[in-house]
Ligand binder design. Structure first.
Ligand SMILES: Cc1cc2nc3c(=O)[nH]c(=O)nc-3n(C[C@H](O)[C@H](O)[C@H](O)COP(=O)(O)O)c2cc1C
Length: 116
């Protein structure tokens, strides 16, 4: 996963089309290690970003699928992922080999107020 952090920050993009190719479990373990911790709800967003940057470093695409969150919080969604009933899914992520290059989303110009 040796990728310059700045490169990962600038090059990671939401990937929504994937090749039909499995990711090794060892690689997935590395991604989870980059994100794992005793997270509170808010920290889950940081963990998700760490995992997505780590995926980028592994040459993988990823995307946060907030659309899935409501379903994953239902008993049926939890059963599908074999999650314990008390578990609260916060950051559903997909990871895989992207089908091709992805266009970056235009960014707003930063609005910075210097206080000193
Ligand atoms: C809370 C949250 C929920 C998101 N939900 C979805 C989603 O349901 N479907 C999707 O395609 N992308 C989803 N995204 C990905 C964003 O659309 C994407 O990160 C954004 O377009 C910026 O693009 P970038 O990640 O390439 O910089 C979500 C992102 C966040 C932070």
């Amino acid at each position: 996963m040796d990728m310059d952090l700045r490169k990962a920050l600038y090059e990671r993009r939401a990937v929504r089309e994937y090749a039909d190719r499995a990711v090794d479990h060892q690689v997935i373990d590395r991604l989870i290690a980059a994100a794992a911790g005793p997270w509170c709800i808010e920290d889950c967003a940081l963990a998700a970003q760490n995992l997505m940057l780590a995926a980028c470093g592994e040459g993988l695409g990823s995307c946060w699928i907030g659309f899935a969150q409501a379903y994953l919080n239902t008993p049926a969604g939890k059963a599908l992922l074999r999650l314990p009933p008390a578990c609260v899914p916060v950051a559903p992520l997909i990871v895989g080999f992207g089908k091709g290059p992805v266009q970056s989303v235009p960014r707003n110009k930063p609005d910075v107020t210097w206080l000193g």
